[in-house]
Ligand binder design. Structure first.
Ligand code: DAH
Length: 358
């Protein structure tokens, strides 16, 4: 084919492409047009194969002519492709197209784990390693489980220590997680290692350090030859692990009807580092772990042979521990519903100032 014919043929192909492309609505059709023109066997593509038939002096020019034509055709097809894509995007944002899988997805707004939940999980992991089972009890509890089974009979003054929400059906909102002690003894018998994290409720005026809804982790270990030394060692292990360092603790006598002897285990206030602040009521210490040796009456009520077994129990203040761990000074923020993720923590003096995403 002489050069003139070649040019003419190319011009026809180009005109044909321009016409076809203009009508095309689907990306798929564009792709097959692309192959049928530019592919090896396509109308333009196959011309390359004919270059060898030209005299050597013309070969270069023929090649250039064909390649230039291929580029122009490619540009026409690409432009239409881009236009179709843009049209699809506009249609989608106008709501006409429900779903365009070629668009990048929306980034979902992710929540963050609540500080109390985070510490609860950590405490659970630590105790699981120590061979404890994780149990749960009901938040609506019977008077028997919340009080009687724990050696707090109706006339006992200790009932006043726990401002109780009484329900019209005679049940209570559990004032502590201790009822799970009794439930677990009944369920598993001895020997026993169990923890029971959960929500507790008290009819209290809310302020910076009191909430009517808070979290505890009950712990109960029953076995042969258990002493208070085991209890204190375990408590230290727990606090050191949760706080990631050696925590200063002190032990005082404490009274709870379900233990004898009872102790109050306090940790150094992490907000003021022991200097005294509003959170620790200027004492430098935070009561986090009231505990003791399980009262024989409580063991008996749970069906445990007190001739063989002794045990210790504790009621870890999970909410307080979370406040210490994350430097939260006001208990009210924990139930406030402010879901913005914490993005920074800064120590200022003894206090940790938390900043949130705006
Ligand atoms: N149940 C007690 C409370 O909420 C805390 C407590 C004290 C739990 C001593 C225990 C314990 O298991 O041994 O006030």
């Amino acid at each position: 084919m002489d050069l003139e014919t070649l040019n003419q043929q190319i011009a026809e192909i180009e005109a044909d492409v321009a016409k076809k492309v203009g009508d095309m609505q689907a990306v798929d059709a564009l792709r097959s047009l692309d192959t049928s023109i530019l592919g090896k066997k396509g109308t333009l593509g196959s011309l390359i194969g004919g270059i060898k038939d030209y005299p050597p002096a013309q070969k270069g020019q023929v090649g250039q002519t064909i390649n230039a034509a291929k580029k122009r055709v490619k540009a026409i097809i690409d432009a239409r492709h881009a236009a179709l894509k843009q049209a699809a995007v506009s249609a989608d944002s106008a709501g006409a197209m429900a779903h365009d899988p070629t668009l990048p997805g929306d980034r979902p707004t992710m929540g963050s784990v609540h500080p109390v939940t985070a510490v609860q999980w950590e405490v659970e992991r630590i105790f699981e390693r120590l061979g404890f089972t994780v149990e749960a009890g009901p938040e609506m509890e019977s008077e028997y489980h919340n009080f009687e089974a724990l050696n707090i009979p109706a006339s006992h003054p200790a009932r006043d220590m726990q401002d109780t929400f009484w329900l019209t059906n005679g049940s209570v909102l559990r004032t502590h997680t201790s009822p799970v002690q009794h439930r677990s003894m009944k369920k598993f018998g001895a020997p026993l290692r169990v923890i029971a994290p959960g929500r507790c409720f008290r009819y209290e005026t809310i302020d910076a350090s009191h909430e009517n809804t808070f979290h505890q982790v009950e712990g109960l270990l029953i076995d042969k030859d258990i002493s208070i030394a085991n209890l204190i060692a375990m408590a230290k292990t727990l606090l050191n692990e949760v706080m990631n360092r050696e925590v200063k603790v002190r032990v005082r006598p404490g009274f709870f009807p379900f233990v004898e002897p009872g102790i109050e285990l306090d940790m150094n206030c992490e907000i003021c580092d022991g200097a005294g602040c509003a959170t620790c009521k200027r004492s430098g210490w935070i009561e986090v772990l009231p505990a003791g040796m399980v009262h024989p009456k409580v063991l008996e009520a749970g069906g445990i042979d007190t001739e063989v077994y002794t045990g210790f129990a504790f009621g870890l203040g999970l909410t307080r521990l979370a406040m210490m761990k994350y430097g939260i000074r006001d208990i009210r923020v924990l139930n406030s519903g402010d879901l913005r993720p914490i993005v920074g923590r800064e120590r200022q003096g003894g206090a940790v100032i938390v900043s949130r995403e705006p």
